[in-house]
Ligand binder design. Structure first.
Ligand SMILES: [Zn+2]
Ligand SMILES: [Zn+2]
Length: 729
């Protein structure tokens, strides 16, 4: 609505028109509405009615006419009343028998318990329990079932049987709880199993443990110690240690490319290396060439910049100035702020060019990068070694840095230190302290917490101030998102609506960040609904296994991701009963053909072909909902457009599917992984920078933001200039 600037009509006017004049809504529907709830800010009108079909059907029209989103709910207050409290607290769960069932070489723990937990007492359970009763299905003894299930049944694949880690059963309730790493086919064949054995199967997860990629990474020995830089000097012996030059040079300033060179005395550190799209060999050569060009011309660039700054002619160069200029400049380190493609895409190429360069990054960034970029996942069977040479070399060269870690140089008053940047797991900001000068590179950041990841807000206290030069992510700096939890709440309302009417929703989000947030939220929310008696149409939530792998890495590494996610992973890594993890194999997406799906997969920057295939399978019904978050790169984005003419796209060609959500269905929802204007303001308040420069966004879009930042009291705001050296001190 905001994109198309639909004015928001006064609520009274809306209701008058809706009830008295609107012909597309039947009288029956109008009369059936028992209650209306609205939220002015979110532009949502919730109508409580049992006959809301024509509201759904004419929703687009309603949005266009009134500037409000119409949400239909069948039920209201009686849900709250239905909470009979059980007073049987003495009826605690108890184990009666503990034994082991021998399958292959793995003994599976088998427990008989009594007093089943409420958790397993789902609507689905009641449905099947009724079925068992009404059809008089005999309850097969547990041992007989296990023998048949593990050794005879062929519709459950061997792989899945081997992934079962624990079995608990409740004789009286006729429930078998299967704790397994994968459980797709058991779930798919639930009805068959129930009818065959006279038991209900509740499939749930197990703790995930150490991730395979982490184990594989640990097998490779590191080349550099963590104190490698402490013996390295930033200047020549004859230079003045109190006067170390700091300069910055943007290598690329185009969408989804992030690479700067930070000059610290005679050292050159790459700030990220989002250099080029994959499969565009010419571009790769081009971008790396700019780095080479920089290194060759650096003395010249510095001289020119010095002259400009001091307004003196080039001929008047003093001895002292020349001493400060590096003789044979090279790349001395690469700092990777996080593992998103637009910051890391050039790494493989760079390591070929500079095989000995140390790489500073967080452990989780390395793990996630390896998981997604290397062929590790494609090595189907043997998941224990990283095979490709470049990736082995990258691992060898890494020096791990984490929140609060300091990397010292030989000059003790100079160091680098690192702080959580929010944005995604493992994302770090880098503070450079050169004597009394402080330079901060934020990488991509979020100030607020985006469930379940902590934003910078929690860590800014640790950074000493004032910042002399702040190089900050400007991606969404000119936007205003509003409250993030409201945004998530709106999305939930919206998806619940979709689920009630059997529509499909596709969410393509970065597997390691947004997708996890979404998954977690859906899981909690729909799980709650599922446990309620009157919730009929629980959606099938399918999550690409890639997302699960990422969760495993994140959980394995990161204690700072607070609360819910770690509990989810620890207790219910695989809550199949509401969320099903599947490998999204392009050639076999038939499981998505049913209705009422919420599908969480990758954004197109990782596998745009997959997203397109999913769209083809779930159909291009306008009621299907597609939301792609995360960076969408030019080429894949374009491919999607060409391959999908029937889908309505926005004017912003770069984000065709997000537009489907924002413009058409729910324009009030803005969930993004970059900070908006308000969060930028909070950063400026906390860091008190003297000078601010942006990256990650074109200068053109930032002129207003620059004015805004100046008004906050910042002395100088500069917009990025491509391949122009700036001396900061
Ligand atoms: Zn990012
Ligand atoms: Zn980025």
């Amino acid at each position: 609505m905001e994109e198309k600037k639909i004015p928001q009509m006064e609520i009274i006017e809306v209701l008058n028109h809706f009830f008295l004049k609107n012909k597309s809504i039947s009288e029956k529907t109008k009369k059936s509405i028992s209650k209306i709830i609205y939220c002015l800010k979110d532009r949502i009108i919730i109508t409580i009615t049992k006959h809301g079909r024509d509201i759904i059907v004419s929703r687009d029209k309603l949005i266009r006419n009134y500037g409000w989103f119409f949400f239909v709910s069948e039920t209201d207050t009686h849900r709250k009343k239905k909470k009979p409290k059980k007073k049987n607290e003495s009826k605690q769960e108890k184990t009666l028998i503990y034994e082991e069932f021998q399958f292959e070489n793995f003994p599976i723990p088998l427990k008989q318990k009594v007093n089943m937990r409420a958790l397993y007492h789902t609507k689905e359970y009641r449905h099947y329990f009724k079925l068992i009763k009404s059809k008089n299905i005999t309850q097969t003894p547990i041992k007989e079932i296990l023998n048949d299930f593990f050794f005879n049944i062929e519709f459950i694949p061997m792989e899945e049987k081997k992934a079962i880690r624990k079995i608990i059963y409740y004789q009286e309730e006729k429930v078998i709880v299967v704790k397994a790493l994968i459980g797709d086919q058991i779930y798919e064949n639930l009805e068959t199993l129930v009818k065959k054995y006279g038991w209900y199967f509740y499939i749930t997860g197990v703790p995930v443990g150490k991730s395979q990629i982490s184990i594989a990474i640990d097998k490779i020995e590191k080349r550099f110690n963590s104190d490698y830089f402490s013996s390295i000097s930033l200047i020549d012996e004859t230079s003045n240690p109190n006067n170390i030059r700091i300069n910055i040079y943007p290598i690329v300033l185009k969408p989804n490319h992030n690479c700067h060179i930070l000059g610290l005395g005679k050292l050159n550190i790459l700030l990220d290396c989002g250099l080029s799209e994959k499969n565009e060999e010419k571009e790769i050569e081009g971008d790396v060439r700019h780095i080479e060009e920089y290194l060759q011309n650096l003395p010249q660039y510095i001289l020119e910049e010095e002259k400009n700054r001091r307004k003196i002619p080039i001929e008047d160069t003093t001895e002292l100035e020349l001493k400060n200029i590096p003789k044979n400049p090279k790349i001395d380190a690469i700092f990777l702020s996080h593992s998103h493609y637009d910051h890391i895409s050039g790494l493989k190429e760079l390591i070929r060019l500079y095989p000995d360069v140390p790489i500073l990054c967080s452990r989780i960034s390395l793990d996630l990068y390896m998981l997604r970029d290397s062929n590790f996942l494609k090595q189907q069977e043997s998941h224990d070694e990283i095979e490709e040479e470049e990736y082995q070399n990258i691992i060898r060269n890494v020096i791990y840095v984490e929140n609060g870690v300091k990397i010292e140089f030989k000059e003790k008053s100079c160091f680098l230190s690192f702080f959580h940047a929010g944005h995604m797991p493992g994302a770090l900001m880098m503070l450079v302290k050169m004597n009394n000068f402080r330079f901060l590179y934020t990488g991509d950041y979020t100030f607020y917490d985006i469930t379940p990841f902590a934003g910078t807000r929690r860590f800014l206290e640790q950074i000493s101030r004032p910042i002399d030069y702040l190089l900050i992510d400007g991606t969404s700096a000119q936007e205003e998102f509003g409250n993030i939890s409201d945004q998530f709440h709106s999305l939930i309302l919206f998806l619940e609506q979709k689920a009630e009417y059997g529509d499909n929703s596709l969410i393509g989000a970065d597997p390691s960040s947004l997708a996890i947030s979404f998954m977690l939220i859906f899981w909690r929310y729909f799980r709650k609904l599922q446990l309620r008696r009157d919730y009929k149409n629980r959606p099938n939530i399918y999550v690409d296994m890639m997302v699960r792998r990422n969760i495993q890495v994140i959980n394995h590494r990161y204690e700072y991701i607070y609360g819910p996610i770690s509990r989810l992973i620890r207790d219910k890594a695989n809550p199949f009963n509401s969320i099903k993890f599947r490998w999204f194999d392009q050639t076999n997406l038939n499981f998505l053909r049913k209705k009422n799906n919420i599908i969480i997969s990758h954004p197109p920057d990782l596998s745009y072909g997959l997203i397109r295939n999913i769209i083809n399978v779930i159909g291009r019904n306008p009621h299907n909902f597609v939301f792609l978050a995360g960076s969408i790169h030019e080429q894949p984005g374009l491919d999607l457009v060409e391959g999908a003419e029937e889908i309505e796209f926005s004017e912003t060609w770069k984000m065709p599917f997000r537009a489907l959500l924002l413009n058409k269905f729910a324009p009030h929802i803005k969930i993004k992984l970059h900070s908006d204007k308000q969060q930028l303001q909070e950063m400026i308040k906390a860091l008190e920078p003297k000078e601010v420069c942006f990256f990650h966004q074109s200068a053109k879009r930032l002129t207003e933001v620059a004015e805004f930042v100046k008004k906050l009291g910042v002395e100088k705001v500069s917009l990025p200039r491509k391949r122009k050296l700036i001396i900061l001190n």
